[in-house]
Design a protein around this ligand. Structure first.
Ligand SMILES: [Zn+2]
Length: 185
């Protein structure tokens, strides 16, 4: 008789513990800190309209899918925001006429006539082919604020933009060569 009552008590305690657990799980989504972060950039939108009025669908893939589609170096720079060593990129000294596209999704990013020799060791441009094709974000990775530039279609990391470029914009888009493909005219 005494044994039976104890078993009953244990069952009651277990039910109590389980319900506590499920209560705490239910409250998690309302305190999600990422919920407010998403609205500060438009990276979460599923499409955007460019300057020509074309609707461009964003490309959203899991890290595993990107790993399959990209080389190790492309994945490191484009998806993990790495930087290639200066003076090592294939497109650094490219002087051909054409269009530079995103290394991950091939969205057109820079025209060859806006490329200039910056001496930094990374391909440099004074303006993007379409401002809406580029997304900007603030990056504090090396201790001070820099403006990171990303592809607006796939969110791929391209490089940074600095206010010390040539005329007519005064901007220097410092882009990893590995983040770019080149389409010759
Ligand atoms: Zn892209």
């Amino acid at each position: 008789m005494k044994f039976k009552r104890m078993r009953f008590l244990v069952v009651i305690m277990m039910v109590g513990l389980m319900s506590c657990k499920s209560n705490s799980q239910q409250t998690t989504p309302t305190t999600d800190p990422n919920a407010s972060e998403a609205s500060t950039t438009n990276i979460e939108e599923t499409s955007f309209v460019n300057s020509k009025g074309e609707t461009i669908e964003k490309i959203i893939k899991t890290p595993e899918e990107w790993k399959n589609d990209l080389t190790k170096m492309e994945f490191y720079v484009l998806r993990e925001k790495g930087t290639e060593r200066s003076f090592t990129g294939d497109l650094l000294k490219n002087k051909k006429e054409g269009v530079y596209t995103c290394g991950a999704c091939n969205l057109e990013l820079f025209a060859s006539d806006t490329k200039f020799k910056s001496g930094t060791g990374w391909p440099s441009f004074y303006e993007p082919i379409d401002k809406t094709h580029i997304l900007e974000d603030t990056d504090y990775k090396i201790g001070y604020a820099r403006t990171e530039v990303l592809c607006n279609r796939c969110g791929g990391h391209l490089g940074h933009v600095f206010p010390d470029g040539p005329e007519p914009t005064g901007l220097r888009y410092c882009i990893n060569s590995v983040s770019l493909n080149f389409k010759e005219k």
